[in-house]
Design a protein around this ligand. Structure first.
Ligand code: C5P
Length: 216
């Protein structure tokens, strides 16, 4: 049997889990999957075909067509696509199709870092490491505003904050696979922590697990 190593990272939008996932995948030479892009790809397909987001059978068809090798971050990263993604993400049948693909990805040697909302709880409950990355809504809204401004855009802080709070409510409040830390997740609050510090803290947790495993 080939062994794989899985790092599950969950947390709300804008907590810094994407950057952390990338750094960890580079450092430990693991595959990387931003599972948010899979939900975004489904929402984007519906938007492209001018279909309503509550058309569950169209969403299921789009989910079956998602190709993990062809997720285009540039196209899918629009704020409106993220908002739409959180609406189709409430449908259990759509989730099941995407989760199946995500699990296959995780099983591919040498293993992977997956980030999302339900990785430690549903997609990879046996992950070697589980991290729950969070930050206050205020800090996440400030980061998002800075990100938009850094590429020459303009946005309104109050509106961004309201969006974040609404998305949190939808992701944490849904019946199927709500966003929550797995019981055995390590919590990382990045409210007052730069990404480098979060990376170092995550590395300490992972290296500790690896050291214990090597001794066993
Ligand atoms: O992380 P990102 O903002 O790209 O995710 C978009 C939306 O997709 C989330 O707000 C959430 O509703 C959904 N999602 C999910 N489960 C995941 C990843 C994302 O429900 N594992």
């Amino acid at each position: 049997m080939t062994s794989t190593f899985t790092i599950a990272i969950d947390g709300p939008a804008g907590a810094g889990k994407g950057t952390l996932a990338r750094r960890l995948a580079d450092h430990y030479r693991l595959n990387l999957l931003d599972t948010g892009l899979t939900y975004r790809a489904v929402a984007y397909a519906l938007i492209q075909h001018a279909l309503p987001l509550d058309n569950v059978s169209a969403a299921e068809t789009a989910a079956r067509q998602v190709d993990l090798a062809k997720l285009d971050r540039a196209v899918l990263s629009a704020h409106s696509v993220g908002e739409a993604a959180s609406k189709i993400a409430v449908y259990p049948t759509v989730r099941r199709i995407l989760v199946e693909k995500q699990r296959e990805f995780a099983k591919t040697p040498p293993g992977a870092v997956l980030d999302g909302r339900d990785i430690g709880t549903v997609v990879c409950p046996d992950a070697d490491i589980k991290l729950y990355v969070t930050a206050s809504a205020d800090v996440r809204a400030k980061r998002r505003l800075a990100e938009i401004e850094s590429i020459g855009g303009t946005a309104n802080f109050t509106e961004i904050l309201a969006d974040i709070v609404r998305r949190d409510e939808r992701d944490m409040g849904r019946a199927d696979s709500p966003l929550k830390p797995a019981a055995d997740a390590h919590l990382l609050d990045t409210s007052e922590m730069a990404i480098e510090a979060a990376f170092l803290a995550a590395m300490a947790v992972i290296d500790d697990v690896l050291a214990k495993r090597n001794k066993a």
